[in-house]
Design a protein around this ligand. Structure first.
Ligand SMILES: [Zn+2]
Length: 148
């Protein structure tokens, strides 16, 4: 039985089956599309922040590397909250990555500075085991399903 309904997207009233929610295929498509955008919002937002960060680094780092003030990056809307990966060296210096750029925060005469390096991806030699403590008891002995 057809009843008088109102479209969930545009609010227009229409006649349709009781389970029908939209006045047209266009409205149904648009509604689902909006739902999808809302669902993907955090991901899209972070992606756009990272892309903007990378483009700022690309703009300010004219050569292979540069040292600039933190404020200059902030002024260009750089967002320090997001980065693509993080590495630490033996001196506990943190290296922040934004795609193919690396930046290191440091102090110089009490000023917050950033060294930016255009990174050659081929130089990547990250070894996750470098920071794992040497095994004390052999871990494999503790694996329950290990047979004799
Ligand atoms: Zn509609």
């Amino acid at each position: 039985m057809e009843t008088n309904k109102s479209c969930q997207l545009c609010g227009k009233s229409f006649w349709g089956r009781s389970d029908k929610k939209f006045c047209s295929n266009a409205c149904r498509y648009e509604f689902n599309n909006q739902k999808k955008i809302i669902r993907n919002e955090p991901q899209s937002l972070i992606n756009s922040i990272l892309k903007r960060n990378r483009s700022i680094l690309d703009k300010v780092c004219v050569g292979d590397s540069i040292i600039i003030n933190r404020d200059e990056l902030l002024h260009r809307q750089f967002n320090f909250e997001y980065f693509t990966n993080l590495q630490v060296d033996a001196q506990k210096q943190l290296y922040y990555f934004c795609y193919d750029f690396v930046y290191l925060p440091f102090f110089e005469n009490n000023l917050q500075k950033v060294k930016i390096i255009r990174f050659n991806m081929r130089k990547l030699t990250w070894d996750p085991w470098k920071f794992v403590k040497e095994e004390k008891e052999t871990l494999s002995n503790k694996i329950i399903f290990n047979s004799k």
